[in-house]
Design a protein around this ligand. Sequence first.
Ligand SMILES: *[C@@H]1O[C@H](CO)[C@@H](O)[C@H](O)[C@H]1NC(C)=O
Ligand SMILES: *[C@@H]1O[C@H](CO)[C@@H](O)[C@H](O)[C@H]1NC(C)=O
Length: 455
Amino acid sequence: MAEANNSDFLILITIFVGLGVIILVFLLKWIKQEQSNKDNTKNDKSAKSKSSSTETSGKHGKKEQQAAKPKKKQLTERETRRTARANEKGFNHPWLLATLKGHTGRVLDMDFSANGKYLVSCGDDRTVFIWGAKELANKDRKSLRVNIEFDYATHVKWSPDCKAFIIHRFNENCLEVYKVDKKKDGWLTASKAVTFPKGHDTDVIGMGIASNGKFIMTCSNKTDMIVWDLKGEKLAKLDTFLMSTECAKISPCGRFIVASGFTPEAKTWEVVFDKSGDFKEAKQVPQLNLGGHSSGVYDVAFDVDSSHMATVSKDLTWRLFDTKVNYKQGQDARLDISGRYESSSSKSLVALSPNAEVLVVATANDLQFYSTMTGKLDSTVENISNEHITSILFDASGKHLLVSSDKQIRVFLNVPGYRCAIAHAKEKLKEHQTSATRERLQQLVKESEDFLKNF
Ligand SMILES: *[C@@H]1O[C@H](CO)[C@@H](O)[C@H](O)[C@H]1NC(C)=O
Ligand SMILES: *[C@@H]1O[C@H](CO)[C@@H](O)[C@H](O)[C@H]1NC(C)=O
């Protein structure tokens, strides 16, 4: 018993001594640190008094220094402001037809109404703007600002009848319908009409309304896609099976939904209604999947009648497909042409002119125009703004390309479109044509050549 007590005592002593040593080491360290901190502050103080003494010693020197310092600061501020202004205002390009100003935050999405009369845009400044689209180049163009309460819209689309637009609210993560009415003076007013229930748990990356007015589509950045009726009832919930989804759009014909993301193939669904107009199903159409890339697909685009679809991929290529195929008989979308584009490793967007003759890739703040006849780069427009391009959109005539990046929407003339029109006409003139067609084509070539003389 006594022996055991003894050894217990020994252990206790060892522990106490050990603890004592540890505490001592910490104390020493702490004292050292305190000392060095004091030294530092001392050094600072002495340095300060030194510099202030040099300042006071030369009276003129002090005044000059004091006067010079803020002046220099002001100058650099003014300079930076000036360069910022130069970048905003000063971006100029022979093809730049107009700049739509009104948003005070980044413009995120744009859409033309089906009747071609209006452009709608939304931004992170909590506003939606409607612009008179017939007078885009006119400084006196009309516009209407609609405020989105406590939130902002990431997506905006016109309803096919042009009597409403729908937005996707970012914070609420839900869809909202705004009614658009004509005022007595002919211009418009807009008011909130319906708010849909929340459909997705994560960010929505795509929203659309079918041109036939039969359904609305939203898709999250994961893999859940919803087909809605116009009243906010869910018709179908789909899984994109894309791992993560970056783009989801309804084709202009209103029949297909195309989505792309992490996988090297964009997927296509057909939304089917029965003869009485009731929703039947949304089914995958593997024949119209757009593949052949070796990496994820950032974005897809359509021509006016959905007979061509284009993809742009992380693998630095774009692909143009002929989708006017008999897919119901098992015919696959056919690759027309593909090309490589330049990128500084940011997400890229693609747009197709309504006649599918010009394909535009937007990457960072640059535009690259390609001829879909040759696949070759026609031109680039660089450094449009300090911020990345958020959306690109051809108008129905194909003569203008709208680009949003910062607070402004820039309207560019589609000059490459004229060159492509000449090339296509000349190609057709090689074949046998009726004299009327011949004349029309020759006229087209002449008019386009005249137009191009200005650039
Ligand atoms: C998807 O959205 C959520 C927010 O809802 C966000 O936290 C997440 O980073 C997004 N994922 C991707 C891949 O962008
Ligand atoms: C665009 O900006 C980059 C980097 O700032 C510069 O190297 C390039 O020369 C600019 N291009 C044009 C056409 O201004």
